[in-house]
Design a protein. Structure first.
Length: 222
């Protein structure tokens, strides 16, 4: 059979099938993307924060919760947990005597789970859950706990330094603050937690600014 004998019509179904297949693939991809988008934004509540500030849910192990809480031993007063997940730190903080205790969590499913956890622990209605922690007012908060993500650290440092009272303590799990010197830490590997004293952090920052070349230049007599 030479080229002239080829029935082009025979090729047509293959080509249009290929196109149809391509179209189906495109539809599937678009559909999947749409579903992922809707689930991420609506079900997980991520539409409230920009993409770069989003943090996946990874629950703390019991040991990690214990490590975080042990760094706040002897303290009391208000405690806020930033990115509270299913409320495990909030409920444990309440059990250890902190009052009031507020968890901030974007994901509405986790907020439901938090309320169930609080109810099972006998503190439903006594602990509080809110949504976006970037909107939290921390000016009267003496204890903060957070297990978030490394990308958030600089922003979080700024918010905490701007808002927290002098006597506040911040405990973070897994991802330490890079610019701050901790007053202590406990635990190993992924379960390690660090504690920061806000007064000490502010003093250290002030010392750095005063010692910086720009500041020294200002103080150098002409
Ligand atoms: C690594 S998980 C930690 C969960 C919980 N604290 C624990 O230790 O089990 C971080 C959580 O922060 C939440 N999150 C992220 N950004 C948030 C925001 N802007 N406001 C409130 N929650 C947020 C996520 O939805 C996620 O559940």
């Amino acid at each position: 059979m030479d080229a002239d004998d080829l029935d082009l019509g025979q090729l047509a179904p293959t080509t249009s099938h290929g196109k149809r297949k391509g179209w189906h693939l495109w539809q599937m991809a678009a559909g999947t993307g749409l579903i992922v988008y809707v689930v991420r934004t609506k079900a997980f509540g991520f539409h409230r924060v920009p993409f770069r500030l989003q943090v996946p849910y990874v629950p703390s192990s019991a040991k990690q919760v214990e490590n975080m809480m042990s760094l706040l031993e002897g303290r009391s007063g208000k405690l806020v947990d930033l990115g509270s997940g299913d409320g495990r730190i909030v409920v444990e903080a309440y059990r250890r005597g902190f009052r009031p205790v507020i968890g901030y969590e974007l994901n509405p499913w986790l907020l439901h789970l938090s309320n169930i956890r609080a109810w099972r622990a006998g503190c439903y209605g006594k602990v509080y859950f809110r949504q976006d922690h970037w909107k939290a007012d921390l000016t009267d908060c003496s204890n903060v706990t957070a297990f978030l993500a490394p990308g958030l650290v600089p922003l979080l440092e700024n918010k905490l330094l701007a808002e927290l009272p002098e006597d506040a303590c911040v405990v973070v799990a897994r991802f330490p603050f890079l610019e701050w010197t901790p007053t202590g830490f406990t635990g190993d590997g992924l379960e390690r937690a660090w504690v920061y004293n806000i007064r000490a952090v502010r003093q250290a920052q002030q010392g750095k600014t005063e010692g910086s070349p720009a500041q020294e230049a200002k103080h150098t007599p002409h």
